[in-house]
Design a protein around this ligand. Structure first.
Ligand SMILES: [Zn+2]
Length: 257
């Protein structure tokens, strides 16, 4: 009797959590309402220069992401008045759990649970609760020349991005943040994990173009502009970045690519 009751209560709790997550995800990808994204800067290396850089960040620095997504949504016939609104949270004082470089399925699951718990404990963004929380780890380029790949929790509405604490890199940082944000609403990577080259055709901004290279834009989930089958460059700003048809379908902008 008690055992049956305990199991019932547990099932109700699990169903409520699952339903809540499903509704949050559904709301985020319906594109009827504005998607509220909060950016939480983190000093990843504890350096003074990184702290100074984070301190001078303003919410307007991230406005190009909202403008870019607005333009891309319109290209796909999404007419939400303001598809994306970004707020800037105060810097975090603790580091989130770091994902392993090549995790097993179990390790990836464990990290995702730890990350959700950490995000829950570190959620004091001003104003209403955001739909998507992006934790952005800044690294001083004077000591770090390559940052670890960023991770977005697909369907978790939480992302962890690694970027450089420098104005020169700001345009590239915005692309990394946009990429992670789109992961959280269902977009998948579109590059070869070994060569880092965009995958054809879905990693190309214009898969219909003939010849296929050189392209002039990067697909956001591929992250590079394919110039030839062997060469691809990282774009310097979101002006050279597009949402390709496959990504558009994944995030709910198209029914099929
Ligand atoms: Zn990615």
């Amino acid at each position: 009797m008690w055992r049956a009751l305990r199991i019932t209560v547990l099932l109700v709790v699990l169903a409520t959590v699952a339903l809540g997550a499903w509704r949050a995800q559904h709301r985020a990808t319906s594109w009827v309402n504005t998607l509220h994204v909060s950016i939480y800067p983190i000093n990843a290396d504890g350096r003074e220069a990184t702290a100074r850089y984070i301190d001078q960040l303003e919410v307007q620095d991230f406005a190009p992401i909202a403008d870019w997504l607005d333009g891309e949504a319109r290209r796909y016939g999404i007419n939400t008045l303001k598809p994306l609104a970004i707020t800037l949270a105060p810097p975090r004082t603790s580091l989130p759990p770091q994902p392993l470089r090549h995790p097993s399925a179990l390790e990836a699951l464990m990290w995702s649970l730890q990350m959700r718990y950490w995000a829950w404990r570190n959620d004091d963004s001003p104003g209403p609760r955001p739909d998507v929380r992006l934790f952005v780890q800044y690294h001083d380029p004077a000591v770090t020349t390559a940052v670890q790949h960023s991770v977005g929790l697909e369907k978790g509405l939480i992302g962890l991005a690694n970027v450089f604490a420098s104005r020169v890199d700001h345009g590239g940082n915005l692309m990394v943040i946009a990429h992670e944000m789109l992961h959280t609403v269902g977009a998948t990577d579109k590059y070869d994990p070994v060569t880092l080259m965009p995958r054809f055709p879905d990693g190309y901004a214009d898969p219909q173009q003939r010849p296929a290279t050189p392209q002039t834009q990067a697909e956001v989930m591929a992250g590079r502009i394919p110039l030839s089958p062997e060469r691809a460059d990282i774009p310097l700003s979101l002006r050279h970045v597009r949402v390709g048809p496959t990504t558009a379908a994944e995030i709910g902008w198209l029914r099929a690519p």
